[in-house]
Write a protein that binds this ligand. Structure first.
Ligand code: SF4
Ligand code: SF4
Ligand code: SF4
Length: 442
């Protein structure tokens, strides 16, 4: 393998890797035992132990030049078991950051440029964004939520919500699950008109400076809109990058602390407080299993001292009844990644990503659940779209988002005529405002 010209001087690279204490590696191989990469076609000879040993010997350019840092899904199974506490996920992410930007695989770097320039990964213009919210919101209002509209830039909202650009771009129906919940909970929420991206591709490209820019934007929006709480995005990488970025901002300046709420806590709060009511009999006769997303569980636990394992299970039990929930083995902090982490959904390493998912396929076959419930868009797409193509006949399950299941199980509480009238007036004023701003173009 040819050494790659790295983006920073090698002495600086070594300093940064040294700070991660790579040389304390014992060579025990526990990380390699837990990692799904060994056995992946095309990755022969590479595993986290080999990679760390090469880095410790000063041969980091060889690892950076390989596909290894990209095929690694940042799932954190290796770091979880390392007896020396080496943050291997951070080490491999650092290697990604040292690859010249022109060599970043697939569309990741383009997405980073787009989000920095336009405020969202897919460079969706403001006018199209507002059109989509208006059209899809209007559909929902007609279908089942009279009076519904998407509040944009509403000052003083209780909840500031960010959106995943792939849903705004084309997965329109996926937008409606959360919207239905906000409607029935009578939430005072809003989305920003600019910088609304929930995803964080800075994380995927090994560029923490980008994650920090995205977190600062969220902070600025919280302040300028006077929102009470920020809803941490549901996307695995987006939520993790957001938490890390907000933490850095608060460390830089304690006045940068903002109130935020993890979406599992939010959903559980709505259910426990009775703001939404569920009818679990709708899900009778089927079995459900929860897939622990690495970025909501193991990786969060390692960096923030708490992984979200119990809350999603409690929500699931509320939705379907505890007797209809089965378990995957292993799960919680030992769970296997679906194979799409670290940006592997949009990256060109499809076969490797699917091979990584072979453990997940085997887990799902063994537990025989009818429905896999997930909390991350990349997990959903991987389980629903990619793995069935690579493992035909073996993926006999349906996939649902947790918030989709909540929305489908929720007992509708339509607004009163007075509530509909008030919302219709607010929507009209909002439309008028943006029409003037866009000079009649909306
Ligand atoms: S983060 Fe996951 S995929 Fe990457 S080296 Fe560690 S165990 Fe393997
Ligand atoms: S688990 Fe930790 S100590 Fe053991 S080989 Fe891997 S990095 Fe080294
Ligand atoms: S795609 Fe899902 S399972 Fe895989 S690393 Fe991301 S959050 Fe974890």
């Amino acid at each position: 393998m040819e050494p790659l010209e790295l983006a920073v001087a090698s002495s600086e690279l070594r300093d940064r890797l040294q700070a991660l204490d790579v040389r304390s590696c014992l060579g025990c191989g526990a990380c390699a035992s837990g990692c799904p990469i060994p056995g992946t076609p095309g990755m022969e000879g590479f595993d986290p132990r080999v990679a760390v040993r090469l880095i410790a010997m000063g041969r980091e350019a060889e690892v950076a030049a390989s596909a290894f840092p990209w095929v690694c899904t940042s799932c954190g199974r290796c770091s979880h078991v390392c007896p020396m506490g080496i943050d291997l996920t951070a080490v491999f992410s650092l290697l990604r950051g040292l690859v010249p930007r022109s060599k970043v695989p697939g569309t990741l770097e383009k997405g980073v440029s787009s989000v920095l320039e336009t405020g969202n990964t897919l460079a969706i213009p403001l006018e199209d964004f507002l059109d989509t919210l208006s059209d899809i919101g209007g559909e929902l209002a007609e279908e089942e939520c009279p009076g519904f509209y998407v509040p944009v830039d509403q000052p003083g909202a209780d909840l500031l919500v960010f959106l995943n650009s792939k849903e705004v771009f084309g997965d329109f129906d996926d937008l409606k699950w959360w919207w239905r919940i906000f409607y029935n909970a009578r939430e005072h929420w809003t989305v920003p008109s600019r910088n609304w991206e929930a995803e964080d591709w800075g994380l995927f490209t090994g560029n923490p400076d980008v994650s920090l820019v995205l977190a600062r934007r969220k902070l600025d929006l919280m302040r300028s809109l006077g929102a009470a709480r920020l809803l941490i995005p549901d996307c695995g990488g987006g939520s993790y990058g957001c938490r890390m970025g907000l933490k850095t901002c608060a460390l830089e300046d304690p006045s940068h602390q903002v109130d935020s709420q993890y979406f599992y806590d939010y959903l559980l709060g709505l259910i426990d407080s009775g703001r939404i009511r569920l009818d679990p009999t709708r899900n009778a006769g089927r079995t459900f299993v929860w897939h622990d997303a690495c970025k909501h569980g193991r990786e969060l636990e390692r960096h923030f001292g708490k992984g979200y394992y119990d809350e999603p299970r409690a929500i699931l039990a509320h939705c379907v009844g505890a007797q209809n929930v089965v378990a995957m083995t292993p799960d919680r902090a030992n769970n296997y990644c679906c194979g799409a982490g670290g940006g592997n959904w949009p990256m060109p390493f499809e076969k490797e990503s699917a091979a990584h998912g072979r453990f997940k396929v085997a887990q799902l076959e063994a537990c025989r659940a009818d429905v896999v419930v997930v909390g991350c868009a990349n997990c959903r797409d991987q389980l629903q779209k990619r793995l069935p193509r690579f493992f035909p006949g073996r993926c006999n399950y349906e996939v649902k988002y947790l918030w989709q299941l909540v929305a489908e199980t929720m007992i509708a509480t339509p607004w009163t005529p007075a509530e509909v009238e008030a919302a219709t007036e607010r929507s009209r004023l909002q439309h008028q405002h943006f029409e003037a701003e866009l000079d009649g173009g909306f």
